[in-house]
Every structure is written in C-alpha cells, then in structure tokens.
Design a protein around this ligand. Structure first.
Ligand code: UD1
Length: 424
C-alpha cells in the first residue's frame, strides 16, 4: 500500500494553480452519453475517478481519445451495453451519474448498487424518485443488488419533481434525463452548486433547453436530439479551499491561481472570522495567515451556498491549531467525522456527539500513523501533518488520489516536506 509521509514544514509560501473540478468533470463526462456526436472536454484533471468514469463510458460504447493532456474527446456512436460495470460502480459512487443519460439516450439502464447501500434509502432514492416522475419504470432488483430502469410506454416525459433534499447527484441525473424528455421538467428544491451550473452550460451547448440552473427551481424543456460540443471544466472549489487552509494552518501565505472566488465565499468568510487575511487580487486569491493571532470559529455544513461539507474535515484540522474552542456541525452527511479519530491520534482531543464535534483548539499536533478515511479526510491529514511535530504517515492514500491532482508535487512546490512512498 502506498503512503504519504509529511514532516513538520513551517509556513508554506508561493503560488498554486487549481485544477479542473472533480465534481464537475464526472457529470460532464456522463452527459456526453446523450449524443452520438463528439464532445470535447477541456481542463480535465488527471484523477483516478476520471479514469473510472472513462472506463464506464467505454463499457457503454464510447470511443475516447485522451492523448492530449487535460483534454478528453469522446463519442458514443452507438450504445453497446446498457449495464454499468459492478466493479467500477463499487469503486466510485459517481458512476450512478450515468443512469440519467443512459435512460434518456437508450431507454434502459441496469445499475449495480454502489457499495453498502440499500435500495430505497440513501444514496440513490432521490435519483430513482426523479426517474419515476419522468415516467420511467424502476425495478429494484434486491436479490441481484442492482436497479433496472426503463422508459415506460410513453417514453420519458417531463413533470414537476420535488427533491426532499437538494441532492447534487439527483439534480444532475434528473437534469440530464430530462433534456431529451417529451415536454417540460421542473426540479424543485434543486441543488444550487456551481457544478450544476457547469453541467447545465455544457448541456445547453449541446442543444438542451435548461433555464435557472443555480437556483432551487430548474426548468428543462425537452428536445429531440443533442449534438456535440466543446466545454472547459470549472476550477475545483474544494481544492481551492484545501490550499487556502494550507496557508492558514501553516501560518504561511499562498496565492491561489485559476480559482473562482465566488465559489468559495463561505470558506473565505470563515477564514476571515479566524483572523486569516484573504484578498481577491487580479492574479488570484491571496491567503495570508502570518498573523500569529488566529482564533476559533464555529462551522455548520450546508448545501451550496452554505459551507461545503467537503471542506469540513480540512477546516477542522486547521481549527485544532487556533486559539479557543470551535464547534463543527455536519448537516449534509450522517457520518462524516471519521477523520476525528485520526486527528485525535495526533493529539487534537476532539469530542463528537451526534452530528457535532467540539474542537478545543490551541493544540500542538504530533506526527502519527493515520489513515485517509475518505478523500477529504485524507486532505485533512496532509494539512495536520504539515504542522505536527515529527513525521505523519498517511495510509489508504488511494482516497486522496481519487480527487486531488498532483497533490504531493503541488504541496512540495509551496515548501512542504512531503513525499509519496510507492508500495505494491
Ligand atoms: C456530491 C459530491 C460530494 C459532496 C456532496 C455534497 C460529486 C461527485 N460528489 O455528492 O463531493 O460531498 O455532493 O455536497 O459531485 N441523499 C439521499 N438520497 C439520494 C441522494 C442523496 O438521501 O438519492 C443524501 C445523501 O446520503 C447525503 C445528502 O443527500 O446525506 C447529500 O448527498 P448528495 O448531494 O446527493 O451528494 P452526492 O451527489 O453524492
């Protein structure tokens, strides 16, 4: 198993370029299923999850040319299979984002269930509710741990769909399916994340008629056919936040380039509450934490434009180092405090009750052997390792590689003492 070793590094300093957003590129690639013409996606980050999505598309029948770095040309002239590959779905839950486009394009999709989930409950009940509302037949084949979705006798037809929670993936899946539906679809209580707008922009370039993406009521007028397009992925707001926190936790200063400040407003606001200076310069976001007097703040994760759940664990790593007690409340996911055990191994002394973590702050973390329990928790471990005494050894780093492009080299360029140890 490969590992990342991080040594106490002192203040980080320099410039970093943000990559294309993982959470955008995955649905964008899924959307290319909707046409038989060529789609060109630019600014694609080199990530394990992107490779999984490429394999999903190839398995359905796409021909993919990725010979140019950062660019994917893909065309699905015809559908060769409508069945998602079980191993790929196990590897990456976002594989289910291909359901909506497959249903719209081919009229049928068979999707093995993502690891450990129960049909009807999380994580795809809202996706299925949406498909049903569009007139699809949804067969929950519990025995074979898969779901079979087919268009009903009238094909896919537009309708009003209310999401009980503004799920990002369900909004994206329903939006993609509805592009080729007969009539108009309205998604109420839709997710408003920037990735939803990016997907709507791509779909509209393909000829879809989507309005009001980015609000909680998206309107999609179905069209008969979609065409190819060229589209560049938006910058990754979670990677942006991670490097903002790298400056903050190490009391350094970093200029973050190719980032969109409008997408990270809650992170900027919370860093400012902690006395970290954040300036929006023409060249990028400049984060300066050389002020020694950083203080605690409370965090509550929420759907966009609230504080992103994906930055909760990196922010918590930072809060262990500031003066005073912080309370971190997770409202989006039920069980997203696995990093607490790992931070406590490093001396953070955090306590969790239900969905609330109390971070006492003012700690000098100690290097330890820790696990990247998930993608963002892995980033939190890297941040903690930068300021911990001695060496922090992070295992299960495949989680980190799913979503951060060149993480080790980007941190090294900022002065971090970090290396990856390859093991079979
Ligand atoms: C996306 C992001 C992920 C981020 C999350 C929330 C991608 C690839 N991933 O995940 O990084 O953390 O948004 O911002 O874009 N839920 C249900 N039923 C459903 C769907 C979701 O109960 O059918 C629940 C989930 O269990 C969770 C909450 O809704 O508690 C939010 O999930 P959702 O917004 O769907 O997240 P994803 O799209 O999976």
């Amino acid at each position: 198993m490969s590992k990342i070793l991080v040594n106490s590094s002192g203040p980080l300093h320099g410039e970093v370029n943000i990559s294309g957003a993982k959470n955008s590129v995955l649905p964008l690639l899924a959307a290319t299923i909707l046409t038989d013409q060529t789609c060109i996606i630019e600014g694609v980050p080199d990530l394990v999850d992107v490779n999984v999505m490429k394999k999903m598309l190839t398995n359905y029948g796409s021909e993919i040319d990725d010979s140019e770095p950062g660019v994917i040309r893909t065309q699905m002239k015809e559908v060769k299979s409508c069945e998602g590959d079980a191993e790929l779905v196990q590897e990456m839950r976002a594989s289910v984002f291909t359901m909506g486009p497959m249903l719209a394009r081919y009229g049928k999709v068979i999707m093995p269930l993502p690891g450990g989930c129960t049909i009807g409950k999380r994580p795809i009940d809202l996706h299925l509710k949406g498909f049903r509302a569009l007139g699809a037949d949804v067969l929950e084949d519990i025995e074979n741990e898969r779901v079979v979705v087919t268009t009903g006798p009238d094909g896919i037809r537009g309708d009003a769909i209310y999401l009980d929670f503004p799920s990002v993936g369900a909004t994206e899946n329903i939006m993609m399916a509805a592009t080729l539906a007969e009539g108009t679809t309205i998604i109420e209580n839709a997710a408003k994340e920037p990735e939803i707008i990016d997907l709507a922009n791509l779909l509209n370039k393909m000829g879809a008629r989507i309005k009001y993406a980015g609000t909680d009521m998206i309107r999609i007028e179905g069209v008969k056919k979609l065409s190819g397009c060229i589209h560049a992925v938006i910058p990754d707001r979670i990677e942006t936040g991670t490097f903002m926190l790298a400056a903050a936790i190490t009391r350094g200063d970093i200029l973050i380039k190719n980032a969109l400040p409008g997408h990270v407003r809650p992170i900027i606001a919370k860093l400012k509450e902690c006395n970290v200076s954040v300036e929006l310069l023409p060249e990028g976001i400049y984060v300066d934490a050389r002020n020694e007097d950083l203080i605690a703040t409370d965090i509550k994760t929420l759907p966009y434009p609230g504080f992103p759940t994906d930055i909760q664990s990196p922010f918590m790593a930072f809060l262990t180092t500031v003066k005073g007690k912080s309370v971190v409340r997770e409202t989006v996911f039920e069980n997203r405090f696995m990093h607490v055990v790992e931070l406590n191994r490093m001396g953070a002394d955090i306590t969790v009750t239900n969905r609330e973590a109390v971070v006492p702050g003012g700690k000098t973390l100690k290097g330890a052997r820790v696990r990247a329990t998930d993608l963002r928790a892995g980033a939190a471990m890297v941040l903690a390792g930068l300021v911990a005494t001695g060496t922090t050894e992070i295992s299960e780093i495949y989680h980190i590689e799913r979503g951060y492009e060149d993480l080790v080299s980007k941190f090294k360029a900022l002065g971090a003492d970090i290396m990856k140890i390859e093991h079979d």
